[in-house]
Write a protein that binds this ligand. Structure first.
Ligand SMILES: [Zn+2]
Length: 420
């Protein structure tokens, strides 16, 4: 008995798989393991006999090759099972709005939660499609259970159609992507693929082969605390030094003022005390050189602020978070070119976008697994207005199947995976 991508998706979103960045366990929440175990069992029932959950909560599984060629590289498909900690993912009640007619969709559990065509340009292309939303009080979890449902449905199709030629296809479902830990325990060697694709993107046809490069900056101002009644001429208030620093940050470099290919500088946490105040900032740019320039600017402004308060001192630390995957993908042009071809074969226009953030693929690419991101049909991530359409999910299934075929067809005789 086969199951449609929609049936699967409706089943998956009912698992509460919220990740938790305050947790130190792996994965961060035990509830993700409940879903992972169910997925591994479902894959085994479909005939992917090696499907299993590893000690870090990752599911991996294999679709054996059907091609006669001996040198088709193994490729992988990856989705994450967790949902954002920013919004409840417990008790999700998915609602299918069949044959969307362009009118407002009012979510029943909170009538102020309304999906409007006027606020949501992507809905314009969905008239006549079946839109899935949550009920108004939780996120939906299309990010990234749409990707999971698409990969499982494609696996089911490939197993049922051995006449479709393809090489070895590997599947991985990762925990804790939303808290930036999805690649931490990903065993690239065991996955054994020449490249992979995450299914974690938006509108149909989208292909993302570029992400931000990202660093974290910690700027600590040291002042001097003393009893405020006897502080004249002695106290140095680190809170005021930090305020002078934040005030100097150029407004045009903030997230709220930037878009497209512009990077930004974003102070987002401050721990304040008179003696010592720490400002934590994230710095983002598509070019690593641009990232360094922004960091030099931030450092200069921090030193300038401290210099205005005689006797104070500033410490600055920079931690690398991830790098633009394009640097890796440019060395493996087939990985992106084959994806373009698969999208076109499914009758879609290829829409290449730059991710104004990172994905598991940003880190996996630098861990030796070139991994661009494909559309999964997700919209309004991390929101109670999250939605996905059945037709987009089915298109993503078709693209996965087509991509497996493109890799097989384009495989040159005498081609070895080392050449990739
Ligand atoms: Zn996601």
């Amino acid at each position: 008995m086969t199951s449609s991508v929609l049936d699967r998706f409706l089943r998956y979103v009912q698992f509460d798989t919220r990740s938790d960045d305050s947790s130190t366990t792996v994965p961060s929440t035990a509830s993700q393991l409940v879903f992972q175990n169910a997925l591994a069992a479902e894959l085994r029932a479909l005939g992917l006999r090696d499907a299993a959950v590893d000690g870090h909560g990752y599911v991996m599984a294999t679709i054996p090759a059907t091609t006669q060629k001996t040198n088709v590289p193994a490729i992988g498909f990856i989705a994450h099972v967790d949902t954002s900690p920013e919004m409840s993912g417990a008790g999700v009640t998915p609602i299918v709005h069949a044959s969307y007619d362009g009118r407002d969709i009012v979510l029943p559990d909170d009538p102020t939660a309304i999906l409007r065509l006027a606020d949501t340009p992507a809905l314009a292309g969905q008239v006549g499609h079946d839109i899935v939303t949550a009920s108004g009080t939780t996120l939906l979890g299309a990010d990234d259970k749409a990707g999971v449902a698409e990969i499982v449905t494609a696996a089911e199709y490939l197993i049922a159609h051995p006449e479709v030629p393809h090489g070895v296809v590997r599947i991985a479902f990762t925990p804790d992507e939303e808290i930036g830990r999805g690649a931490n325990h990903f065993d690239v060697a065991r996955f054994g693929c020449a490249c992979a694709y995450t299914l974690d993107g938006g509108s149909r046809g989208e292909l993302e082969a570029e992400s931000f490069s990202a660093d974290l900056m910690t700027v600590t101002f040291h002042g001097f605390n003393t009893h405020p009644g006897y502080a004249r001429g002695r106290m140095l208030n680190a809170i005021k030094i930090a305020a002078a620093f934040v005030d100097r940050l150029p407004g045009q470099l903030s997230p709220e003022a930037t878009t497209g290919r512009e990077g930004f500088v974003h102070p987002y946490v401050q721990q304040s005390g008179v003696d010592r105040t720490t400002v934590t900032l994230i710095v983002r740019d598509f070019d690593t050189a641009g990232l360094a320039a922004k960091e030099a600017l931030v450092e200069g402004l921090a030193r300038e602020a401290a210099a205005a308060f005689a006797g104070s001192r500033v410490e600055i630390a920079v931690t690398e978070q991830y790098r633009n995957m394009r640097a890796v993908l440019d060395r493996h042009p087939d990985v992106v070119e084959h994806a373009r071809e698969a999208i076109r074969r499914c009758g879609l226009e290829v829409v290449e976008k730059s991710i104004r953030g990172g994905t598991d693929g940003s880190r996996l690419s630098f861990m030796g697994l070139p991994t661009p991101n494909l559309f999964a049909g997700e919209h309004n991530f991390h929101s109670r207005l999250e939605w996905v359409s059945r037709q987009d999910m089915q298109k993503a299934v078709d693209v996965i199947v087509a991509l497996c075929q493109v890799w097989e067809e384009r495989c040159k005789i005498g081609w070895h995976s080392e050449d990739l």
